[in-house]
Design a protein around this ligand. Structure first.
Ligand code: FES
Length: 159
């Protein structure tokens, strides 16, 4: 699956929200749609959603801050998601996380050059080929620190 992210603008946000019915129960789907469309939920989108769904800004903000999957800052061009579920831990994912933390960024952080966000995930469905990671949309398995650095270099070269 290729994720196409559009640069945020209020007009693009309004166009997206026009596709949703004005139903106060749709705060979460509206936030998810904005994040899917723009890669994050910009601060300006909160007010647009409130108007579109006829709810308060506080209602939208409450949902936005409740769900950790929703992000309020733009993602780095590359997201490295390292699996730390059981099967991958058994094959060395914690060592990968430690290596990445020492050389790139800690989990939840961004590399100094602003190009890579590092996150943990719990199973990518690639358990037999662990340790596994997702670098943007590319699933990689049987990772060593060297293989991970090579995959990241490929991702950087593709930017
Ligand atoms: S446990 Fe890592 S991919 Fe399933």
């Amino acid at each position: 699956m290729t994720l196409v992210v559009t640069p945020w603008s209020p007009a693009a946000g309004e166009d997206l929200l026009d596709l949703l019915p004005a139903d106060e129960r749709l705060i979460l789907p509206a936030l998810q749609a904005v994040q899917q469309g723009f890669g994050y939920v910009p601060k300006e989108a909160v007010a647009l959603i409130a108007v579109a769904l006829n709810v308060s800004v506080a209602d939208v903000h409450g949902v936005l801050t409740y769900y950790h999957e929703l992000r309020t800052t733009a993602p780095a061009p590359i997201t490295l998601a390292i699996c730390v579920a059981e099967a991958c831990q058994a094959t060395g994912s914690r060592e990968l996380v430690a290596h990445v933390g020492a050389n790139l960024a800690p989990v939840g952080g961004r590399s100094d050059d602003g190009q890579v966000d590092v996150v943990e995930v719990f199973c990518l469905g690639n358990c037999a080929l662990g340790p596994a990671a997702l670098i943007n949309e590319r699933l990689v398995g049987r990772l060593t620190t060297k293989a991970l650095e090579s995959a990241l270099a490929d991702a950087r070269a593709a930017l």
